[in-house]
Design a protein around this ligand. Sequence first.
Ligand code: NAD
Length: 333
Amino acid sequence: MKKILVCGAGGFIGHHLVKRLKSEGSFVIGVDLKYPEFNQTAADKFVIGDLRMPETWQKLECDGFDEMYQLAADMGGAGYLFSGKYDADILHNSAMINLYACEYAARWKMGKVFYASSACVYPVENQEDPNNPNCKEDSVYPAHPDSDYGFEKLFSERVYQAFSREYGIKAKIARFHGIFGPEGTYTGGKEKAPAAIARKVAEAPDGGTIEIWGDGKQTRSFLYVDQCVEAVMRLMASQDFDGPVNIGSEEMVSINQLAEITMEIAGKKLSIKHIEGPLGVRGRNSDNTLIRQKLGWAPDAPLKDGMKKTYDWVVNQLSSQKVKTAEGSKTAV
Ligand code: NAD
C-alpha cells in the first residue's frame, strides 16, 4: 500500500485527487487550513494546519512516504489573482508553502513529489492574440508572467527542480489550465469563470441578463477535474518524464462562448452585459503536444459535458442554500 501526503487536500483539486488515490487503495494523509467545503474528505487522516509554518510540517511525520502532492496555494479566480490587491499575500504565502514542501520532502526522503504549477507562468507577450496564444512549455523563458501569482509559480518550479538536482526529491511538475467541475468554489470572489458563469446562468430568470467582465472575447480553455486528476496520475506513474508539462484542454473558447454553452445547457435565453473587471491575458490555450507525446494523454470528453455536470451541481447547491435559508428564517420566527 502506497503512503501518500496531499497538501491542499481541503481544496477543489486536492479533494478530488484524494478520492482518486483512495479508490486505488493508497493510505492518504491530507493537510489543509480547512476541510473540503462541500463534502467529506476520503483521506485516512486529515490534518488542519498552516503549511507556511514549520510546526505543521514537523507534526506530519511522513518519513519514507512514497508520494507527496503539493496543491496548497493562496489561490482564486481573476477577481483575486489579477486585481493587484493581494500580490504580497499570494507571493509570500505560496512561496513559504513551497519552500517548506521541498525542505521536508528532502528530509523525509519522499519517493516522488508532484507540484501544481499553472498556465499563468507563460509570458504575457505570447498571449495577446486571442486566436493564437502560445503556451508551449519551452516558451516560458524569458519569463514575463502577467501576474505575481504566475511569478511565484515559476519561482517555485525552480525550487522543486533545484531540490530534485541537489537533494534527490524527484519532483514532477504540471502547469494546470483552467480546471473546473463540481465541488469547486462557485461564489464569494475566489471562483473561476466556469463556476461563476454556471452560477450566474442558474440564478438568472429566463430572458434575463448576466454580467461578464470585459468584452467576453478573451479566450481560455477549461479542463474537467477528473480528467486533470487522470493526467496527474499518469505523470506521477511515468518512469522517465518529470515535466514541466501542460495539463489542460485544447478546446479554446471565448468567455462569451462559454456563457452561450452554459445557457444552452440550462435551456435559457439570456442577454450578456459586459462590465469592467479584472481580466488576465487576452488569449490562453493549452498546448498538449508534449503531454500527448510523453504520456499518451488527452482529454476524453468535450467542455460541454463537464459544464453540464458543473451546472447541475451549482443548481443543486443553490437550491439547498435556499432551503437552508428558508429553514433558518422559520427557526428565527
Ligand atoms: P483551491 O484554492 O481550491 O485549493 C488550494 C488549497 O490550499 C485550499 O484548500 C487552501 O485552504 C489551501 N491552502 C492555502 N494556503 C494554505 C496554507 N498556508 N496551509 C495549508 N493549506 C493552505 O485551489 P485549486 O483550484 O484546488 O488548485 C490547486 C492547485 O492547483 C493550486 O496550487 C493552484 O495554484 C493550482 N492551479 C489550479 C488551477 C485551477 O484552474 N483550479 C489552475 C492552475 C493552477
